[in-house]
Design a protein around this ligand. Sequence first.
Ligand code: SF4
Length: 104
Amino acid sequence: MPIDPDFQKKLKPTGEHQGHKVWGETSPPKKLSVHGTNVAVDHDVCNGDEICVSVCPVSVFQMVDTPGHPTSPKKSDPVNESACIQCLACEIQCPTKAIKITPP
Ligand code: SF4
């Protein structure tokens, strides 16, 4: 299931990680929820293939280890989301539709 494009309306911020918000309830290692706001990655959908890391022209993403998660043992984290230029390359090319870009 892709990231919910309305996650900002349906979920609440529940924490901070690497300078970005975490939205929704988490229960590590199996439930990690949405990381980031304007560049949001649903860590329960991300399969860790790193395509977003490759296509982002401004290095927004960094991989983080998530051992024990049922989908993949690493995730893309939007550690530099304020640098996003809204090119949408990551959102379009993500094979699992884990990313939602929202202009600030
Ligand atoms: S929309 Fe473009 S600039 Fe923004 S995070 Fe995705 S690939 Fe990077």
